[in-house]
Write a protein that binds this ligand. Structure first.
Ligand code: OGA
Ligand code: MN
Length: 210
């Protein structure tokens, strides 16, 4: 396995996440993963191609055109099938347990995918959890774009729950992670001018009947 943060570093990361979630409900964290792991994840993202990427959907599976007007990224679901993915998922598992310990969110599992936004791609304002289903509770996005400048656009915009006020405009820069309560914050990805890589993920609660 690639180097992962040690106990102390993980604890510090978990604490930053929990303090931010308990306060404003979202966290923007820089330099979250060891450089070597961040670089390995970036390399994997660069190697994604039409064979392992699929056009992302929104749940309206029948209407491809409508989907393309809402989001235009291509995704690859993440499995623990490489050193970098195993290390990434190990860290997210530590965060899951830590957040449960501190905030009692009852997070049950984590699902994630690489996302690639071609120039011009975007993802219109949406919520990650909807329909009253308490399923996706905590959203994460982790960015893999070195040397990103504000001119490259593609920012993540987080809105207040009423979707009027902008709370944060986040540049998708390398080794930055955003964590937010899925049911609380509408958000969008502004059209990007450069290839934009990320790992998007969701901690879910168990909705299966016991
Ligand atoms: C998503 C999403 C945000 C981003 O995939 O649901 O909102 O900044 N992504 O990539
Ligand atoms: Mn989203």
């Amino acid at each position: 396995m690639l180097d992962v943060p040690d106990e102390k570093q993980l604890e510090a990361l978990i604490n930053s996440v929990c303090v931010a979630l308990a306060g404003q409900g979202y966290a923007v964290l820089d330099d979250v993963l060891p450089q070597e792991l961040a670089a390995a994840l970036r390399n994997e993202a660069l190697q994604l191609n039409e064979e392992n990427l699929v056009q992302a959907g929104t749940g309206r599976k029948q209407d491809y055109h409508l989907d393309k007007q809402i989001r235009a990224d291509a995704i690859c679901w993440m499995q623990p099938d490489s050193d970098a993915r195993i290390a990434y998922l190990f860290i997210m598992e530590a965060i899951r347990k830590g957040v449960n310990r501190q905030l009692y969110l009852g997070l049950f599992e984590y699902e994630s995918h690489y996302a690639r936004y071609e120039p011009g791609a975007f993802y219109k304002t949406h919520l990650d959890a909807f329909g009253g289903k308490r399923n996706r509770v905590l959203s994460t996005t982790y960015y893999l774009n070195p040397d990103w400048t504000s001119g490259h656009a593609g920012e993540l915009v987080l809105y207040a729950p009423d979707a009027q006020e902008v709370l944060a405009t986040v540049v998708p820069r390398f080794n930055r992670m955003v964590v937010f309560l899925s049911e609380r914050f509408p958000h969008e990805v502004l059209p990007t001018t450069q290839l934009r890589y990320s790992v998007a993920g969701w901690f879910r609660v168990n909705t299966q009947p016991a």
